[in-house]
Design a protein around this ligand. Structure first.
Ligand SMILES: O=C(CO)[C@H](O)[C@H](O)COP(=O)(O)O
Ligand SMILES: [Co+2]
Length: 220
């Protein structure tokens, strides 16, 4: 099943509640929340108070993408704020396996994200523990960047790795996703589609409708 996960990084923060209501009504199943620490990535985005408040405005799956060094420091906080799924970057963890266990022990879903230059082999010994792998298709830190073409091969290779092990791990893609490249991304094997600027720039309902119409083409 294909899932739309609008990234609120591109939402109108002075009307965040209203934007959340609009994506919810337009068919978003996940709300993708980008947390940036100004250290792992150059930018600083939002933190616990905003997430806690946004959480109360929607009952969709709260998908928290932590672009934060040593994320083990904050797992309890994000669970308390209402995260349903926490994704950490392999590159940001000294002890990836331990942090994955820490998230699972809190009873929420766990994802691991890889930057464009990070090879899939870092997942080799942890893949079977994960609910989701997030393939970054841009260098993380900012919305509105261009899709890096090598991501498509990476998605395909990850899909094969998952299928070869008879796993059901979700593949999420994030960065530079548009209605023009999403078919290629789905055909490569991704099933959770994050989109920020291509949902929130312009008319949210029309943009969501275009994505969801494409998803319908892949329904059996
Ligand atoms: O994690 C992210 C950036 O690091 C965002 O989720 C991503 O960039 C979404 O924005 P867009 O769809 O505009 O590229
Ligand atoms: Co993200």
């Amino acid at each position: 099943m294909l899932i739309m996960a609008p990234s609120i990084l591109s939402a109108d923060f002075k009307n965040l509640g209203e934007d959340l209501r609009r994506i919810d009504k337009a068919g978003a199943e996940y709300v993708h929340v980008d947390v940036m620490d100004g250290e792992f990535v150059p930018s600083i985005s939002l933190g616990m108070p905003v997430i806690k408040s946004a959480r109360s405005a929607t009952d969709r799956v709260f998908d928290v993408h932590l672009m934060v060094n040593n994320p083990e420091r904050y797992i309890d906080d994000f669970v308390e704020c209402g995260a349903d799924l926490i994704t950490i970057h392999a590159e940001a963890c000294n002890h990836l396996d331990r942090t994955i266990n820490q998230i699972k022990d809190k009873g929420v879903k766990v994802g691991v994200s890889l930057n464009p230059a990070t090879p899939l082999c870092v997942l080799d010994y942890v893949l079977d523990k994960l609910d989701m792998v997030l393939i970054m298709c841009v260098n993380p830190g900012f919305g509105g960047q261009k899709y890096i073409e090598s991501s498509t091969r990476k998605i395909k290779e990850l899909k094969k790795m998952i299928d070869d092990r008879n796993l059901e791990t979700d593949i999420q893609v994030d960065g530079g996703v548009t209605v023009d490249n999403v078919r290629m991304i789905i055909e490569a094997g991704a099933n959770i589609i994050v989109a920020g600027s291509s949902v929130f720039n312009g008319n949210i309902e029309e943009n969501m409708e275009k994505f969801l119409a494409i998803f319908k083409e892949y329904e059996k």
